[in-house]
Design a protein around this ligand. Structure first.
Ligand code: PEP
Length: 258
């Protein structure tokens, strides 16, 4: 049973997928299939579709999110998007430190921290993504990696700002691979992350932090993952591109967390 103040959160990270018309078809299907409001639902479309998708989200309870942001408010940063611009489009949350940004694009912990603080400072929710690679897991470094990414990502973030943070534990080896952490392994990582937040801030902060799981979450495994006491939802990549699958995952969250 989840804590009352940890409303389950399910986010759909569309990554660099969909055409404009596919994006509209997808959001319309998600919107029309959504039942109830037990789960906070957000979608993270490509930047160029934010306005269009945002105008549809505005007609429902679906929150609009962005896959990334830049940490400076404006200026000579060719190709980048500021939090002010995102807010103009109706964005309410931003992914920071997604594994593809860390490991494909090469973002450092320091940059992830700047983006996290910029998002929070702008009044957005920062979904701070952390997780170990396969090699790190095999070397027994899972907890150390999570700890260092969370400590670095939240450096300078005050306790009073934690309501604007969701932590996504996303083992890199499970993202887009079809391999999922077992519910027990994911629960173990989440418990340790919650204890770390409690150690960094205090017990109440640890208990209140929403910690979601990401990594090949699908309709077939979402229920057992979200049934774990410290898993407060999911960040969904591939399965969020099919309305039926994404809706089934949201339903699983609602069922597990009542
Ligand atoms: C993700 O992109 O955060 C993710 C978890 O992707 P997938 O569900 O495809 O593994």
């Amino acid at each position: 049973m989840t804590q009352p103040n940890r409303t389950p959160f399910v986010g759909g990270n569309w990554k660099m997928n969909t055409t404009a018309s596919e994006a509209i078809t997808l959001i319309d299907a998600v919107q029309s299939g959504l039942k109830g409001d037990l789960v906070e639902v957000a979608v993270y479309p490509p930047f160029v579709y934010l306005r269009e998708i945002g105008s549809r989200c505005a007609e429902s309870d679906i929150l609009l999110g962005a896959q990334d942001c830049w940490h400076e408010p404006s200026g000579a940063f060719t190709g980048e998007i500021s939090t002010t611009m995102l807010k103009d489009c109706g964005v309410t949350s931003v992914l920071t430190g997604h594994s593809e940004r860390r490991h494909v694009i090469g973002e450092s912990d320091e940059l992830v921290n700047l983006k996290t603080k910029a998002a929070i400072g702008a009044g957005l929710v920062a979904v701070l993504c952390v997780g170990e690679t396969l090699e790190q897991r095999e070397n027994g470094q899972t907890d150390a990696v999570n700890e260092s990414q969370i400590k670095a990502g939240l450096a300078g973030v005050g306790k009073d700002e934690l309501g604007k943070v969701v932590i996504a534990y996303e083992p890199v080896w499970a993202i887009g691979t079809g391999k999922t952490a077992t519910p027990d392994d994911a629960q173990d990582a989440h418990t340790k992350i919650r204890a770390l937040v409690a150690e960094m801030y205090d017990q109440q902060a640890g208990e209140a932090m929403r910690i979601i799981y990401g990594g090949s979450m699908k309709p077939g495994n979402a229920g057992e993952l979200m049934a774990m006491p410290d898993i407060d939802g999911g960040l969904i990549g591939g399965a969020s591109l099919t309305a039926e699958d994404f809706l089934a995952i949201i339903d699983a969250g609602a069922t597990q967390k009542v």
